[in-house]
Design a protein around this ligand. Structure first.
Ligand SMILES: Nc1nc2c(c(=O)[nH]1)N[C@H]1C(S)=C(S)[C@@H](COP(=O)(O)OP(=O)(O)OC[C@H]3O[C@@H](n4cnc5c(=O)[nH]c(N)nc54)[C@H](O)[C@@H]3O)O[C@H]1N2
Ligand SMILES: Nc1nc2c(c(=O)[nH]1)N[C@H]1C(S)=C(S)[C@@H](COP(=O)(O)OP(=O)(O)OC[C@H]3O[C@@H](n4cnc5c(=O)[nH]c(N)nc54)[C@H](O)[C@@H]3O)O[C@H]1N2
Ligand SMILES: [Mo]
Length: 839
């Protein structure tokens, strides 16, 4: 049953009035509207608790409308992102009804796929939509087999352990038949593959040395390619923002001269500006050259810790000849050599190396530097630098690859956190189509090679010591991520998607992924269902109740219901749900956690008491030092590397025989690079697409009141130096066309002293809004992945290389096309005639 028109109008009315996003974001008119709304007398007002990646909230609900969002009292450093929540619920881009792409509606899997992206859709009822979904699963399993179905790895789906939407898709579709899955992620694809060979674990998702220890013991903190003040605003589970308290202390210690901090970054980051600390500029993508020269200095000046290396590391003898110019390129890695490449004066490189060696130095790496071609190398080289310094495992020394993420460094309470709705089939159960024949194709592919599989079907690629044969899958199911934001090179994606017969997208927002899909199913937002979440991804600070704020809007449903309905089509619904409804699952997950925490001696209240109160908190944990146990006893607590020691040289990696990832770190030129690198004569600007300050990737981009705070002429900002702007006659606030051989986009010029010449930034997650489905169409809002390069980091990790990207830009002249990114589909009738619609 479609939602009555009245409800729709009510919801639309709520957009203007209920976007109560706090005084700083309110326009006078919206404030007025809000006053009018609150004059309504027959509605009951309640405050309800919920959670999000951006923090725990209390929401004021009047009748069936969320009118105000406040941070939970516990959160002392809330982010403004929560002010975007009303705009998320009531945005114009919500998916209201199940929709089917016009040509697919008429011709099913034989549709004209060059029309993909024309955004013309036919509204269908839920039953019809789920039938189509099911019939396609049947067809693909029967006509092709499991290699032809791609269930793309989940991304930043909303928090909540019960409704974790990827689990629902994987379990339900897995009950029907097997498919091609993915390995790795976009965040740390290179880091998580290389570091187990070097330091014995992925490191990137590990708890790090406690901030209490760093603040007490470190003399020098080096933030390498790292912007924690920006990036700690969000967490994998509901974020507590506890780490910010320590950054405030760090700021004080920097001001008083107790600690020195240096940001090694091409731009002046939010962290640098907040901490008011030192800046070490480096040319983009050249960190390895700089670190090699620092290592060279440590060795030449005899500043490295021979005793530490003797006891804890292997392979320096195989690395030194490279440093000394006796192997590979036969060039000595002197600071003078590096200066040419990385743009850091040779003496400054020496000074930095000496400074690190003469102080207790904590290195803290971010992840953007491995999200580029040869992204494995800077992480390996960072580990070698830390090994030469000999401080790994000491309080306030060594290396971290995670302190910018989800409050890592806030010690863990040690309490068990609630589990989630099961991902897999129950033990002993098999899919309806129990076909395991992938016809020689791989059943798991590196996540960011999913478009390669369509462009070069059957291609064999290297991956971490194995061969992967890319399956030319025919159907894709996308949920809990936005592939048309996260993946690189839109025009290449457009070409690839023309080979797909059927694409199913499940989301609450009409993202570009929906625009390029065939069957689109409206999930509800996390604020329209009950759930339970961990509060603090690493601190395990507590358990949070997520109270349903309002009923699902329009014709949307929780993913759980969508996939229950799918399983009903092949009589597996009971097995899928295990006979439990939403609240029964939540109570079950809570009670499992109670049992676990008997073991940790952390008693918890009854479920009823917890649900009523809304949260349960655990005491703070004990400070902790990463790698200390290894340092204490390297025999008993050997690392997970092949040798058990830190591997400066890796025989294992060498044995793979890869040209682009050898037995030790190597400086390799990039496919394209600014600052005199390849291609810079035509495209002189490096485009970095870092993580957004005001969003979580593409989430909240649709939130209009929030977007208004940063957009320029309604477009995503492109940040640039005053020099680059002036050289092109661009002024702050102008529209700009940025382009390279892969694509073109319109963005709004934001001129800032934080950016040195040759560097521009567009934050990832800006919604893709092309003028049409054709390849090459200009993007009207400013999605950086219109321009980025879609290649693997190397044969080792095959991870995304988004930050290897160069562009040129010019002032946009003439009349700019309207932004097409937001606002949903064009609803048409089955004959293709546009209809007056609220879809
Ligand atoms: N150029 C460039 N590209 C990048 C990056 C970069 O640095 N530069 N970073 C990469 C990184 S590290 C990452 S992690 C990825 C992130 O990529 P994604 O994880 O794809 O990004 P999100 O925008 O968070 O997408 C989540 C989607 O899930 C939907 N969603 C949320 N909750 C639910 C739910 O309950 N049910 C359903 N069905 N859907 C839901 C949201 O509406 C949204 O569309 O981007 C990558 N892409
Ligand atoms: N606000 C907010 N926070 C987030 C997210 C979000 O979407 N919004 N996403 C979360 C997720 S999924 C992830 S994966 C993490 C991402 O965490 P990261 O990948 O670490 O974050 P980025 O913001 O992309 O980049 C961090 C810094 O690296 C610098 N940098 C880029 N390239 C180079 C280089 O070649 N050399 C050097 N020295 N520096 C370089 C950039 O200038 C930037 O200051 O953030 C998480 N936190
Ligand atoms: Mo990420």
């Amino acid at each position: 049953m479609d939602l009555p028109r009245r409800d729709f109008l009510k919801a639309m009315a709520a957009i203007s009035g209920a976007a109560l996003v706090g005084p700083s974001l309110l326009t006078a008119r919206a404030a007025q509207a809000q006053t009018d709304d609150s004059a309504m007398t027959d509605d009951i007002t309640t405050w309800k608790i919920s959670g999000s990646h951006f923090g725990a909230i209390r929401a004021k609900v009047v009748g069936d409308r969320v009118v105000e969002v406040q941070p939970l009292e516990f959160d002392e450093h809330p982010t403004d992102m929560i002010k975007g929540i009303p705009g998320l619920i009531y945005g114009t881009s919500r998916i209201r009804y199940p929709m089917v792409r016009l040509d697919w509606y008429k011709n099913r899997h034989n549709s004209d796929t060059t029309k993909r992206g024309d955004n013309r859709f036919v509204r269908v009822g839920w039953d019809e939509a789920i039938d189509m979904f099911y019939e396609e699963l049947e067809r693909v399993q029967k006509d092709y087999g499991p290699w032809a179905l791609h269930t793309a790895g989940v991304g930043w789906r909303s928090v909540g352990q019960m409704h974790s939407c990827g689990n629902h898709m994987v379990r339900a579709v897995g009950m029907h038949g097997r498919s091609v899955g993915t390995i790795g992620d976009y965040s740390t694809g290179a880091g998580q593959v290389i570091l187990p060979y070097i330091l014995g674990s992925t490191e990137v998702y590990s708890q790090g040395t406690s901030w209490d220890v760093i603040l007490e013991e470190s003399d020098l903190v080096v933030f390498w390619a790292n912007d924690p003040i920006k990036n700690l605003q969000v967490g994998w589970n509901t974020e507590t923002h506890e780490a910010y308290a320590y950054y405030a202390q760090l700021k004080d210690k920097i001001a008083s001269g107790d600690i020195r901090a240096i940001c090694v970054d091409p731009v002046r980051s939010k962290t640098l500006n907040y901490l008011d600390c030192e800046h070490q500029y480096v040319n983009p993508m050249t960190d390895v050259a700089m670190m090699l020269a620092m290592a060279h200095t440590l060795v030449k000046e005899d500043l490295y810790d021979k005793e530490f290396i003797e006891t804890y590391a292997l392979g320096l003898d195989r690395f030194l000849p490279y440093l000394e110019g006796e192997t590979e390129d036969m060039v000595e890695k002197t600071p003078e050599w590096a200066e040419e490449i990385c743009g850091v004066p040779a003496d400054q490189i020496r000074e930095l190396a000496r400074l690190m060696a003469s102080n207790r130095t904590q290195l803290v790496f971010g992840w953007a530097v491995q999200r580029q071609q040869h992204g494995e190398q800077p992480y390996w080289m960072g580990a070698i630098l830390a090994t030469l310094l000999g401080q790994i495992g000491l309080p306030g020394g060594g290396i971290s690859y995670s302190h910018h993420y989800s409050s890592v460094g806030v010690s863990s309470s040690g309490a068990a956190m609630p589990g989630s709705f099961p991902l897999n089939l129950d033990p002993g159960r098999f899919p309806k189509h129990d076909n395991n024949n992938y016809q020689g194709y791989s059943n798991v592919i590196p996540i960011s090679r999913a478009i390669d599989a369509l462009i070069e079907p059957g291609k064999e690629i290297d991956f971490n010591g194995h061969k992967v044969k890319l399956p030319p899958y025919k159907m894709g199911i996308f949920t809990g991520h936005n592939q048309w934001h996260r993946h690189q090179d839109r025009n290449r994606m457009k070409e690839a998607y023309q080979t797909l017969e059927t694409v199913v997208a499940i989301d609450y927002n009409w993202t570009a992924t929906c625009r390029f899909a065939d069957i689109v199913l409206p999930a509800c937002t996390p604020f329209e269902r009950n759930d339970i979440d961990a509060y603090g991804s690493y601190s395990n600070r507590g358990i949070l109740a997520m109270h349903k704020l309002i009923d699902p809007m329009y014709n949307s449903r929780p993913d759980f219901e969508i996939f229950s309905a799918l399983c009903r089509r092949f009589n597996r619904e009971l097995e899928y749900t295990r006979g439990k409804n939403e609240m029964e699952w939540i109570e079950f997950l809570y009670n499992e956690c109670v049992t676990e925490n008997v073991r940790t001696e952390m008693p918890m209240p009854s479920f009823a008491e917890f649900w009523e109160k809304g949260y349960h908190m655990f005491p703070e944990g004990k400070p902790w030092v990463r790698h200390a146990s290894f340092r204490d006893d390297p025999e008993v607590n050997a690392l997970g590397t092949p040798s058990g020691f830190i591997e400066i040289f890796s025989r294992k990696i060498e044995s793979f025989g890869y040209d682009d990832c050898k037995g030790h770190p190597i400086w390799m030129e990039k496919a394209e690079r600014s600052h005199g690198g390849p291609g810079s004569d035509r495209f002189p600007l490096w485009l970095q697409s870092v993580h957004p300050d005001n969003r979580l990737h593409s989430q909240l981009c649709e939130s209009e009141p929030l977007r208004e705070t940063y957009a320029i002429q309604g477009r995503e900002p492109i940040y640039m130096s005053p020099q680059d702007a002036a050289a092109r006659g661009i002024e702050h606030g102008d529209l700009v066309r940025a382009y390279n051989d892969r694509g073109q986009l319109i963005a709004g010029a934001h001129v800032s002293d934080n950016f040195p010449p040759g560097i521009v930034r567009i934050e990832e997650g800006a919604w893709y809004g092309p003028t049409g489905p054709e390849i090459g169409a200009i993007d009207t809002y400013g999605d950086p992945n219109t321009l980025t390069l879609d290649i693997g980091t190397s044969s080792l990790a095959q991870a995304p290389s988004a930050n290897t990207c160069i562009v040129e830009m010019e002032k946009f002249v003439g009349e700019a096309p309207a932004v097409t990114a937001f606002g949903g589909p064009t609803e048409v009738d089955p004959d293709g005639n546009p209809i007056e619609s609220d879809a």
